[in-house]
Write a protein that binds this ligand. Structure first.
Ligand code: ADP
Length: 286
């Protein structure tokens, strides 16, 4: 499955341009992370790729044909976990998944439901009413319905929000396994999710792509731009953007990013979070 996005813009009816001239290729197998500050255009891009919206200009192709001619086909190949996921509180987990399976036109729904319940480790809750589940379990039901029918394209909008660290690790592993033969698009604010499983990263900012490539490449680009220093050594309004501050017995230890590191900062190996913040800080400074 391959998307080819060419010069796509999206302007909402109120005149707000959410995406401006985006060009991008996305193909399976891949676990692609979509990162960007609030309002960057991530949800808009997801809505375009799931054919819930049509672009104002430009073309999106799916496997070589315009997406607008393949809407029905796309829907049958798509699993989608939206950010706001309305669950039917009075239904049991099984009843809810059975309903979703019917909507998706899945024939052998029993086998499909059993499989996804096993994937998200909710077999024991199959007969529980959704209203009795914890926040993390409800999120797992949302992920289970997205996995129903073994979709070739899986779009997950903030899937690990509300999960505890152990559950997050379980799901990262599940997404990673799922992506072995599929295209999984993971929109998230949680940089660790991207760092640990994504082979491709897209950074969106103000409706444009700031970066698209392997996360390691973004990290390499930040080498020499990340440093640690003591706050007392830095002048006020120093030229370094502080990304972390820790109060210690010896003073406040800071970590920061800068185009040119000042002499009071000791260079450090960048993490993906540093690299992301460096990329965004350069853009904001423009
Ligand atoms: P993100 O998901 O990265 O937070 P969005 O795609 O939701 O970003 O939004 C991108 C921009 O488009 C924002 O400025 C947002 O206010 C605007 N926007 C999103 N949805 C609509 C809409 N339905 N009508 C008008 N403007 C919208």
């Amino acid at each position: 499955m391959e998307f080819h996005i060419q010069d796509v813009t999206m302007t909402y009816p109120n005149g707000k341009q959410a995406l401006g001239g985006l060009s991008l290729r996305l193909g399976s197998p891949s676990l692609t992370g979509l990162l960007g500050p609030n309002g960057a255009g991530k949800s808009t891009l997801i809505r375009l790729l799931s054919a819930a919206l049509m672009p104002s200009s430009g073309v999106i192709q799916l496997d070589g044909a315009p997406l607008k001619d393949r809407e029905m086909e796309l829907k049958s190949r798509l699993g989608y976990l939206p950010q706001e996921f309305g669950l039917f509180d009075e239904l049991t987990v099984w009843q809810f998944l059975d309903y979703m399976a019917a909507l998706k036109g899945i024939r052998d729904s029993r086998a499909a439901i059993r499989q996804v319940l096993q994937d998200v480790r909710l077999e024991e809750q199959a007969k529980a009413r959704i209203r009795t589940l914890s926040g993390g379990q409800r999120q797992r039901v949302g992920i289970a319905q997205a996995l129903l029918g073994d979709p070739e394209l899986l779009i997950l909008d903030e899937p690990t929000v509300g999960l505890d660290p152990e559950e997050r690790i379980h799901f990262r592993n599940l997404f990673s396994r799922t992506a072995q033969n599929r295209l999984v698009l993971l929109s998230t604010h949680i940089i660790e999710d991207v760092q640990s499983v994504c082979d491709h990263l897209i950074v969106l900012h103000r409706g444009t792509i700031l970066f698209s490539g392997a996360p390691e490449r973004l990290i390499q680009a930040a080498a020499g731009h990340v440093g640690v220093f003591w706050e007392q050594d830095a002048p006020e309004n120093g030229e370094i953007s502080v990304t972390a501050r820790v109060h210690t017995a010896c003073g406040v230890r800071c970590r920061g990013v800068a185009g040119v590191l000042p002499s009071y900062a000791r260079p450090e190996e960048p993490t993906l979070e540093d690299a992301y913040l460096y990329l965004i800080s350069r853009e904001v400074a423009r």
